[in-house]
Design a protein around this ligand. Structure first.
Ligand SMILES: Nc1ncnc2c1ncn2[C@@H]1O[C@H](COP(=O)(O)OP(=O)(O)OP(=O)(O)O)[C@@H](O)[C@H]1O
Ligand SMILES: [Mg+2]
Length: 256
């Protein structure tokens, strides 16, 4: 089975979670065809804060000025990707660090001038992912994309995961994040969430920030034919094994 796993940045910040996730994904990749996409929102905010730059978001997307895009490349495609690739090597995998820029894996256009260099994926070419996975390499993709004319864009990690999942023809897309799943106003997790419910949560201001961006990405994955889309708690011990065993954890996204 072709599986795309998206790892949220907060999960990668803690050494113990990073180690257990990379160990369990490495084991999974022995039996399944796995591609990993990662974010790094928390690391990015910290990097900018250390340099006196305040992070600004619109609907969960980071406003990306020319200074910020340079930092995006350094943090996402640089330190966060290298740290994750290293953890996968320790776990015994053969990881290959990539970004959407690699061989045109994900091409993007500017999403909205108000957001600066934020890209919206418009095309993905999964051939590189297939070549790597068929040769037992584990692609580890940072959420940076571009185009053939020289642009570099900051792409939300969840949108990047969807673009890669579509290009790779993944049957399942799992967003591992730092919460137990999608929560309602009383913080109860939805075991299942329809597209209409997800839109309502956004409209009512219950799913905000990063979760708003994640739900929008998850809905576009369903629209583009990805069969299974799940939002699950990445820090829960043994989460990869539990999901592989078919346990219902987190929030399963469905069209209706
Ligand atoms: N209704 C909701 N249910 C669950 N989480 C929510 C909700 N509304 C907002 N959130 C926030 O969304 C966050 C998850 O999105 P966030 O973008 O921070 O993480 P990520 O996408 O996993 O990581 P990264 O952006 O680094 O890839 C949660 O930590 C939570 O604070
Ligand atoms: Mg996010």
């Amino acid at each position: 089975m072709k599986i795309l796993i998206k790892l949220g940045g907060t999960l990668l910040d803690a050494a113990d979670t990073r180690e257990s996730l990379t160990r369990d994904i490495t084991a999974l990749a022995r039996n399944e065809e796995v591609v990993v996409v990662h974010g790094g929102g928390k690391q990015m905010t910290r990097f900018l804060a250390e340099r006196g730059v305040e992070s600004q978001f619109i609907n969960g997307l980071r406003v990306t000025t020319p200074d910020v895009i340079d930092a995006v490349v350094k943090v996402f495609a640089g330190s966060v990707n290298a740290q994750l690739v290293t953890a996968f090597r320790v776990a015994g995998a053969q990881p290959v660090g990539l970004s959407g820029l690699s061989a045109g894996l994900v091409d993007a256009v500017q999403l909205d001038p108000k957001l600066g260099q934020v890209g919206k994926p418009v095309h993905s070419d999964g051939r590189l992912l297939n070549v790597l996975v068929e040769s037992q390499y584990l692609p580890v993709v940072a959420c940076v994309a571009g185009d053939a004319m020289g642009a570099i864009y900051n792409v939300n990690g969840d949108q990047m995961a969807v673009a890669c999942a579509v290009g790779f023809n993944a049957q399942a897309l799992v967003f591992l994040t730092d919460v137990e799943g999608v929560m309602d106003q009383s913080k109860t997790i939805f075991p299942k969430l329809t597209a209409a419910q997800a839109r309502q949560l956004i409209q009512d201001g219950i799913a905000t920030g990063g979760m708003q961006a994640k739900l929008e990405a998850a809905l576009s994955a369903l629209d583009q034919g990805i069969g299974q889309v799940l939002i699950a708690p990445g820090a829960r011990p043994g989460i990869i094994r539990s999901l592989a065993a078919g346990e219902l954890i987190g929030t399963k996204m469905v069209l209706q």
